[in-house]
Design a binder for this molecule. Structure first.
Ligand code: ZN
Length: 232
């Protein structure tokens, strides 16, 4: 059993749930975020507040939660032409993928996370990738993560592993997982303290949290919350 983990922590619902999952399993947990020129850069601004709130929620989590790292990956925004790194209207492309797909994003995230984990003596990387109800991004698929894990083990000669606790959960089940890990207090923190909206909208607090309410990320989050509430 590994004792430490590095969580890819963007400040969104999924990564906050992954962080709670890791804090319930590992003795030492560090977090990593990326500035990749995302349109919703507000998620970078809320990360420190969210981390502080996670610490305040439970003393045992506060004792386990270690350093937070933020890496500059703005080069990714420069090589890609997407609705997530530019001002284009969100739309479906001819290849069946939405133009919010940032090619190479998760591949680079995980590879850089592995490099950082190597330095920090951590052998588990935790990410919120999910292929249950998602936007079809190929770098969120379990097969991609399995393949990348093999590549990293070969390329770094370590036993690094990639844990994806949300991979087979739908969004309602992700809300339920937060409830199971941290009760109503964690659900409320995720509802009000995380950011998911692609457009960076935080003007209106809906029952499912802040957001524009119409972009694909908001729609997924809202539908998931509605399913979660219906089940309790
Ligand atoms: Zn939105």
């Amino acid at each position: 059993m590994s004792s430490s983990a590095l969580v890819l922590f963007s400040g969104g619902q999924d990564s906050a749930t992954c962080l709670a999952w890791a804090l319930s399993r590992y003795e030492r947990v560090e977090t990593l975020g990326f500035d990749y020129g995302q349109r919703h850069a507000i998620e970078l601004a809320i990360r420190p507040h969210l981390l502080a709130a996670m610490r305040a929620l439970r003393p045992d989590w506060a004792g386990r939660l270690g350093d937070d790292h933020l890496l500059d990956l703005t080069v990714l925004g420069k090589v890609s032409d997407t609705a997530l790194t530019g001002d284009a209207e969100i739309a479906m492309q001819a290849n069946g993928l939405p133009n919010t797909f940032v090619p190479g994003r998760n591949l680079l995230f995980i590879t850089l996370a592995a490099a950082l984990a190597y330095r920090r003596g951590i052998d588990v990387l935790v990410g919120g990738m999910c292929e249950t109800d998602y936007s079809g991004y190929p770098d969120c698929r379990d097969e991609t993560m399995q393949s990348l894990q093999s590549t990293l083990r070969l390329g770094m000669a370590t036993d690094v592993s990639i844990a994806t606790p949300l991979m087979w959960l739908d969004k309602a089940a992700t809300w339920q997982l937060a409830q199971d890990l941290g009760g109503a207090a964690l659900v409320e923190l995720i509802r009000t303290g995380t950011h998911t909206c692609y457009l960076g909208e935080r003007g209106t607090l809906h029952d499912w949290g802040y957001g524009c309410g119409t972009c694909p990320a908001c729609v997924l989050r809202a539908n998931g919350y509605a399913g979660f509430v219906k089940n309790i």
